[in-house]
Design a protein around this ligand. Structure first.
Ligand SMILES: NC(=O)c1ccc[n+]([C@@H]2O[C@H](COP(=O)([O-])OP(=O)(O)OC[C@H]3O[C@@H](n4cnc5c(N)ncnc54)[C@H](O)[C@@H]3O)[C@@H](O)[C@H]2O)c1
Length: 331
């Protein structure tokens, strides 16, 4: 299989490429990545011999057309992905997430290729803390931020291209990922690397906000299950029953790193901060027989802390600039 992975130098995409090279030697991987601040060649260094990396933009129709023509399957991870950035400058989100997806869809339509679209549970908005409900594929879209609204728009384009043009596509909406190679701007790596640097972790608002955490490795085994066995035109929700509030995450990081669990500070909350996300992954589990490899959030977090301790050379170059950006936001 010739596989085109967009955004393969980012967090989830690079883990997907590593997993694919490790477990599927019959797959020939090409990565298309613009290497924005969030993409890093170094994330693909361990598999550089096995993978072709093309530096380019998913909104560039000519490049996309050429690469899609040469592929059998396209898995589209590339996106602007950070909510805080989408509040300060939404345009790159509209361009990459919406126009980029449109550009890929037109190419897979022209060349009649199989397409899998990676999306987020944030398209569904949020749930109340005391609401027993979880997101299902039938939950209406209700995005809160420029990030999640552009992801929602891209999902709707995919649905329309399936219905109107018969494009062979599937969609997955996954909960919050953690694991190796995640940019230090994101919640978990930021707190881990702060503790390494002797800085007290920062908790937005009261920290009651609940996220449904999944290890990136589990997200990616689910993506493969959908690519291989998913029904065309269907949406699958990916989650591993990992609901934890942000305060507990910070306390757990401190405990696992040998610090007092209350050694953190509260900072200003993010405007429009979603309260709770929770995924019902019954369809994925029942229809495709998927189960996560990581047994618990605690085990996955401990492994992630070890990875950040062992790979300081990977994250150190981004750390100061990231903290300077947060300092400007007062967060
Ligand atoms: N991180 C999560 O918790 C999470 C959860 C569910 C879904 N998702 C989705 O998974 C995908 C990957 O997320 P991530 O966390 O790995 O993001 P990331 O920001 O770490 O990586 C995004 C990658 O896309 C590349 N990119 C950005 N703009 C591009 C463009 N115009 N052309 C080509 N490449 C471009 C970047 O260089 C980077 O390598 C996104 O679609 C995101 O919406 C993420």
């Amino acid at each position: 299989m010739r596989l085109l992975v967009t955004g393969g130098a980012g967090f989830i995409g690079s883990n997907f490429v590593h997993q694919t090279v490790r477990e599927r030697p019959d797959v020939d991987v090409t990565v298309l990545d613009a290497l924005t601040y969030a993409g890093d060649r170094a994330s693909l260094a361990p598999v550089a011999e096995e993978v072709t990396l093309v530096e380019g933009d998913v909104a560039d129709a000519e490049t996309v057309d050429r690469l899609v023509a040469d592929a059998d399957v396209v898995v589209h991870f590339a996106a602007e992905s950070h909510n805080d950035n989408s509040l300060s400058n939404p345009w790159p989100f509209v361009r990459t997430n919406v126009v980029g997806t449109y550009t890929l869809l037109e190419a897979v339509r022209r060349h009649e290729k199989r397409y899998h679209h990676i999306s987020t549970d944030e398209v569904y908005g949020d749930l109340e803390l005391d609401d027993p409900a979880k997101f299902t594929p039938e939950t209406p879209y209700n995005p809160s931020s420029p990030y999640s609204s552009t992801k929602a728009a891209s999902d709707l384009l995919v649905r329309a291209w399936v219905r109107s043009f018969g494009v062979q596509a599937t969609i997955s909406n996954c909960s919050n990922n953690y694991g190796p190679y995640q940019h230090v701007e994101k919640f978990i790596p930021r707190q881990i690397t702060n503790v390494v640097d002797g800085i007290r972790p920062k908790l937005y608002g009261t920290g009651e906000n609940v996220r449904d955490w999944i290890h990136v490795e589990d997200h990616n085994t689910a993506v493969w299950a959908i690519v291989e066995r998913g029904r065309i035109g269907e949406t699958y929700l990916i989650g591993a029953d990992g609901e934890v509030d942000n305060k507990t995450v910070v306390e757990l990081i401190l405990e696992l790193m040998g610090q007092s669990p209350d050694a953190y500070d509260h900072v200003n909350d993010r405007p429009g901060h979603d309260m709770r996300y929770a995924i019902d992954a019954t369809k994925l589990r029942d229809e495709l027989g998927w189960t996560p490899r990581y047994g618990s959030f605690r085990d996955g977090l401990a492994a992630t802390i070890e990875w950040y301790r062992a790979n300081e050379a990977w994250w150190r170059p981004q750390k100061d600039a990231t903290e300077a950006k947060y300092a400007q936001l007062g967060r």
